[in-house]
Design a protein around this ligand. Structure first.
Ligand SMILES: [Zn+2]
Ligand SMILES: [Zn+2]
Length: 351
């Protein structure tokens, strides 16, 4: 295995090649957010007030789902401080952007900025990492799930991507609420309750069938979009002792127009080097990484990454491999022999 380096090590070597303005907050990125906010409000109002053909409502739902996801991507970067620096304004704007996904800024900054970024792919400390054999031994639910064949598990785990973000966010709230000082807990609760109250209030106001198109379906679509990135950003990579973004992250590639809609969220390795940087400059960071460490960098088209994910059991074995506990088949991870074009595995000879 190659020697691992921290994200600071890579950042220090890349930063001299980048312009200073890449690290300035850019409030004009809010115009993109305003566009998706207007789409969201207009879509919900249209479904609420007019008797629409279900097909028309479905099209509006798709647009709403895309807008919820895009707002979430902008919320992510706002809460990293790339748009404004004032803490109260950053949290206020982040709260609005994350309103459809019902995730409060205080919780997000703890779960994502503190835990996920500082401890990426650490089997104990990264809340977004997949479980290990040790966790399997501790959990009766996981043991039951892993008795199912890989194809059935993949089918269900891909179907569950439509709810995974929301479910994980609620779980993160439950796990983190006690770590906040008593003084900060009312704000934390309010940031959870207010968005949900809005959406439940909407249900009461417009009735169930309209609400399905105005909120529920868009929420499922947005969950799938954000999870398609989150699941492929790290989960084909190994668990690591050192938080090395070139070893533990994958940049997926998507068409340019998708990058525009998703605020360059696809550049995830670059994001882990410079979480507070204006994402407009991530393609430039990518160029420098590929010049300096071409053999360490991982990138893959999004579709191929999703197919590789489908074919890979979601359980780590000794950090750098995945294991299907049913037959003991071992699968490679990125940088450790994974070939996304093949469904490669070998038998676990140690048993
Ligand atoms: Zn990440
Ligand atoms: Zn981030």
């Amino acid at each position: 295995m190659k020697e691992l380096h921290t994200f600071g090590w890579y950042a220090a070597r890349t930063k001299p090649h980048l312009p200073k303005e890449a690290f300035q907050p850019v409030p004009t990125r809010l115009f993109g957010g305003l566009f998706f906010l207007i789409l969201t409000i207009a879509g919900i109002v249209t479904i609420s007030l007019f008797e629409l053909h279900p097909l028309v409502s479905l099209v509006i739902s798709l647009i709403l789902g895309g807008s919820f996801a895009s707002l979430g991507f902008l919320g992510h970067e706002i809460l990293h401080g790339t748009v404004v620096r004032k803490a109260w304004l950053r949290d206020f704007l982040g709260a609005i952007a994350f309103w459809p996904l019902c995730t409060g800024p205080k919780l997000w900054r703890k779960w994502h900025n503190m835990d996920h970024h500082k401890h990426t792919q650490d089997e104990e400390l990264d809340p977004d990492a997949w479980p290990t054999m040790k966790k399997l031994a501790e959990s009766a639910v996981l043991r039951w799930v892993y008795r199912l064949p890989l194809s059935v598990r993949s089918f269900f785990s891909f179907s569950f991507l439509t709810v995974t973000f929301t479910a994980h966010s609620l779980r993160m709230f439950g796990e983190n609420v006690k770590t906040f000082k008593l003084k900060k807990q009312p704000a934390l609760w309010l940031q959870l309750i207010l968005p949900w109250a809005t959406w439940i209030g909407l249900l009461v106001w417009i009735g169930f069938s309209n609400w399905v198109f105005a909120f529920l379906l868009p929420l499922l679509i947005a969950n799938f979009i954000v999870m398609a990135y989150i699941a492929t950003n790290h989960r084909l990579n190994p668990l690591v002792e050192v938080n090395d973004p070139l070893a533990n992250s994958l940049t997926v590639t998507v068409p340019k127009w998708v990058d525009v809609l998703h605020f360059n969220f696809s550049y995830h390795t670059e994001h882990h080097l410079f979480p507070g940087m204006n994402p407009k400059y991530y393609p430039l960071v990518k160029e420098h990484i590929k010049t300096m460490w071409p053999d360490r960098y991982h990138e893959m088209p999004m579709g191929r990454a999703l197919i590789a994910l489908w074919k890979t059991p979601q359980l780590y074995h000794q950090k750098s491999e995945f294991v299907d506990p049913r037959q003991g088949d071992l699968y490679h991870s990125l940088g450790n022999g994974l070939d996304p074009m093949k469904n490669q595995y070998r038998k676990d000879e140690e048993g």
